[in-house]
Write a protein that binds this ligand. Structure first.
Ligand SMILES: [Zn+2]
Ligand SMILES: [Zn+2]
Length: 449
């Protein structure tokens, strides 16, 4: 408890330009540090936890921790050194640095310390579908994710009725306003409803609609700024004009579920779309006379989401995308559904019935593939296997790139002084051996099992 006996409030308040009197932590502390940082500006109520809640979630120790005897991923390289965890944030020290006598020393046993993974596109896991999730359900998903190396995530709302979408947003706010353990839910990715029927995938067609910035504004007001990311189809009426409006509101725009031609897709990117949703899936494919949305995805500088489960994309396609885009423009997502972490069987995704066989999720009605049962821990191993690239080249796709895309790189997505202590320790087989979230050691970590 020594951190708080030093009354950090004063120092914190000076440092935080976000401080306002009304913004007291809603849990039990009075430390006033809005855990925002997402948009670079604070809207009323747009925060997760005060600092103290962040470090005490899970009720674990607030002692300073030092990870020694580890290889630490800093500035794109594995470096020897010591990683300090102070007040939920990290600091990199040279090997052999002095460690305070009262600090907790963690022997890294030559494991690799890498940033926690960030999943910006997932519909659920362990029996929970995001669209129908309660506050406790969000925590359940986050707990499963934490054990698989994901320390922060966005919940993807599949196109649904406004009542159901509003209910989901309400559950998120309840989650946000209480101390929660597991991967941190940073807000929402909206997959729809401004999508093309022709490439709807698992979207209920009757709920798809033309571009309507007013609807997003209503949802965003309900969510108090928590909508960070949205997938739209650029060929849908009203969508091109929405793109600059969305980006101006701090919502990162992806194009996808789209049959757009090349010119339309490129125009959307010029207007501010920064990413492409599950590249190669649910989109018009590249043709030599009409490169279409996939061609625009590859040629432009947009981030490309990829689902690396070996089913959604052939390993050769994954290699092609990475070779074309480079390691700093690919984002490894799961697009996982409620069946992730569970055996084969019958599940649902939004309003759809889904059958999972051999881990492969398909719509019961049509056999169309409907999300994955992938985890980011498995995606890391697949990417290593598919590409033969070194770990240091693969990591940005799970960490830095998604953080930059959704605007949280100032505090997440890399190991740098002052950033959140969201960390994964990988063993020699690059399996998840230990996880820290906001400096708290995750109880589900394998090394402690
Ligand atoms: Zn999709
Ligand atoms: Zn999805």
């Amino acid at each position: 408890m020594k951190r708080f006996s030093k009354a950090p409030e004063k120092r914190r308040l000076r440092k935080s330009k976000f401080y306002t009197e009304e913004r007291k932590c809603s849990v039990l502390h009075g430390l006033y540090v809005p855990h925002d940082g997402m948009t670079g500006s604070v809207k009323k109520g747009a925060y997760d936890y005060c600092y103290a809640c962040q470090v005490t979630q899970g009720g674990l120790s607030m002692r300073e921790q030092y990870i020694i005897n580890a290889d630490i991923y800093v500035e794109g390289e594995l470096q020897t050194g010591v990683l300090g965890i102070h007040e939920g944030t990290i600091r990199f020290y040279p090997a052999g640095c002095e460690i305070p006598a009262d600090a907790e020393v963690i022997d890294g046993s030559r494991k690799k310390v890498v940033p926690g993974f960030i999943d910006i596109h997932t519909h659920g896991a362990v029996g929970v579908d995001v669209n129908g999730a309660s506050a406790d359900d969000f925590e359940k998903i986050g707990s499963f994710f934490a054990g698989n190396g994901t320390t922060a995530w966005l919940a993807s709302i599949l196109t649904d009725t406004s009542e159901q979408t509003g209910r989901c947003i309400g559950a998120y706010k309840e989650y946000r306003d209480s101390a929660r353990s597991g991967a941190q839910l940073l807000g929402f990715h909206m997959e729809g409803p401004f999508l093309a029927a022709e490439y709807k995938g698992a979207m209920p067609e009757e709920l798809l609609r033309e571009g309507d910035i007013g609807l997003v504004e209503r949802y965003q007001a309900m969510a108090e700024g928590a909508i960070r990311y949205i997938t739209v189809s650029p060929e849908v009426a009203g969508v091109p004009d929405m793109i600059p409006e969305l980006t101006a509101r701090g919502i990162a725009v992806a194009i996808g579920h789209s049959g757009a031609d090349y010119a339309t897709a490129m125009d959307a990117i010029r207007r501010g779309a920064r990413a492409v949703t599950h590249t190669g899936n649910a989109m018009r494919l590249l043709h030599q006379h009409e490169p279409a949305v996939w061609g625009a995805a590859l040629e432009s500088d947009a981030y490309c989401e990829v689902i690396c489960d070996g089913r959604h994309l052939h390993p050769g396609t994954v290699r092609l995308i990475i070779k074309t885009k480079g390691i700093h423009r690919v984002v490894a997502i799961t697009d996982s559904i409620m069946a992730a972490g569970l055996p084969d069987g019958n599940y649902h995704l939004g309003v759809n019935s889904v059958v999972v066989e051999n881990g492969d999720a398909k719509l019961a009605a049509t056999g169309v593939r409907a999300g994955s049962t992938l985890t980011q821990g498995a995606a890391l191993k697949n990417l290593l296997e598919f590409t033969g690239l070194p770990l240091t080249d693969i990591l940005p796709m799970l960490t830095e790139n998604p953080a930059k895309l959704i605007g949280v790189y100032d505090r997440k997505g890399s190991i740098a002084d002052g950033k959140d202590a969201d960390l994964v320790l990988l063993n020699e087989k690059n399996e998840i051996a230990d996880v820290f979230i906001g400096g708290t050691r995750w109880k589900g970590s394998l090394s402690q099992a």
